[in-house]
Design a binder for this molecule. Structure first.
Ligand SMILES: [Zn+2]
Length: 154
């Protein structure tokens, strides 16, 4: 097939958004030498030109699939983390709720902490030290979840 220059009035294979098929269309309007508006020869619907789906250009459906997959993955992820967040909240309550105010040590980066110690953080509130991470960090469980904080910085 010789490449005949496209122009309004030419016939072209395109994806029909109504028939949902690759069908012959007639070009209604061109923009930058590309078909912009086409009219379906089967259903007579005028719509924006979409390349045939059987052709190599199929970006749109693939992007939609990827987006769905991402959404599914993130909703699974949040479901998972909300379950573990509930467990962490119960854990936090068991350690922290009902403790005397004086039982908490104000958190400061230059102090050192032991697992089980209760700390009070200016931003994160009351928490307890779950474990040491190396020599200069601790994991502290706060009401909204665990955070790794530095310790022993001088
Ligand atoms: Zn059609």
């Amino acid at each position: 097939m010789t490449a005949k220059p496209l122009a309004a009035g030419s016939e072209i294979d395109a994806w029909c958004t109504r028939c949902r098929l690759d069908l012959g269309h007639r070009i209604v309007a061109m923009v930058d030498k590309r078909p912009k508006r086409v009219i379906c020869l089967t259903c007579n619907t005028e719509h924006n030109y979409r390349p045939p789906r059987s052709g190599p250009v199929a970006r749109e459906p693939r992007a939609a699939t990827a987006e769905r997959a991402t959404r599914r993955a993130s909703s699974e992820g949040s479901g998972h983390s909300s379950r573990s967040a509930l467990r962490q909240l119960a854990d936090w309550e068991a350690h922290v709720v009902g403790q005397a105010v004086g039982a908490f040590t104000h958190y400061s980066v230059d102090k050192e902490y032991e697992p089980g110690q209760l700390v009070l953080h200016r931003r994160f509130g009351e928490g307890y030290v779950v474990e040491r991470v190396g020599t200069d960090k601790i994991t502290v469980l706060f009401r909204d979840g665990p955070r790794v904080l530095v310790q022993g910085q001088r």
